[in-house]
Design a protein around this ligand. Structure first.
Ligand SMILES: [Zn+2]
Length: 163
């Protein structure tokens, strides 16, 4: 059984594209956290871009199949949740590719995003004024709005987060 090199793995991962933004490889996206090679077995740690994002299953199986196709005996893909992935992890090359593709690369750094998220978590319900609300998505009906749900009256509402 031939031994697989780190270079071979990396080269293969370069060819595994993000299903949502097909110009970005999983390496550009920064979701590959660790690659461990034991003889002909490979173990890869991946961080999901967003927890529960269905694209992650596609990414995991694409990574698995790509690695298997270069003659690796066994591939194990682990999901690593901490620290969470942020857009800061998109590589320089990845940002350039996004621009070339006509997508504005994310400008907001993760710290601002986290502060925004934390500040946004203390939003009272506009209907029943309860303070027990939770953020469902940072992006609601428009990019400027976050989607919330009231835990008391159970009504969903938009929170305008841009000042
Ligand atoms: Zn309410």
């Amino acid at each position: 059984m031939q031994e697989i090199s780190q270079e071979q793995i990396m080269k293969t991962l370069e060819g595994v594209m993000d299903p949502e933004v097909p110009v970005l490889s999983v390496l550009d996206l920064g979701v590959i956290r660790d690659v461990k090679i034991r003889k002909s077995d490979v173990e890869i740690d991946i961080s999901p871009t967003y927890t529960g994002c269905p694209a992650m299953d596609v990414i995991s199986s694409s990574v698995k199949n790509a690695i298997l196709s270069i003659g690796v005996n066994k591939v194990k893909v682990n999901t690593v949740l901490t620290p969470p992935w942020t857009t800061d992890w998109i590589s320089e090359a990845g940002r350039k590719k996004l621009e070339d593709f006509g997508i504005a690369p994310p400008q907001q750094n993760s710290k601002i995003k986290r502060e925004l998220f934390e500040a946004a978590q203390k939003v009272p319900c506009p209907k029943c004024k309860a303070s027990d609300t939770s953020c469902v998505s940072l992006f609601g009906s428009t990019a400027c709005k976050a989607l919330y749900k009231c835990n008391v009256c159970l009504e969903p509402f938009d929170y305008f987060k841009c000042l």
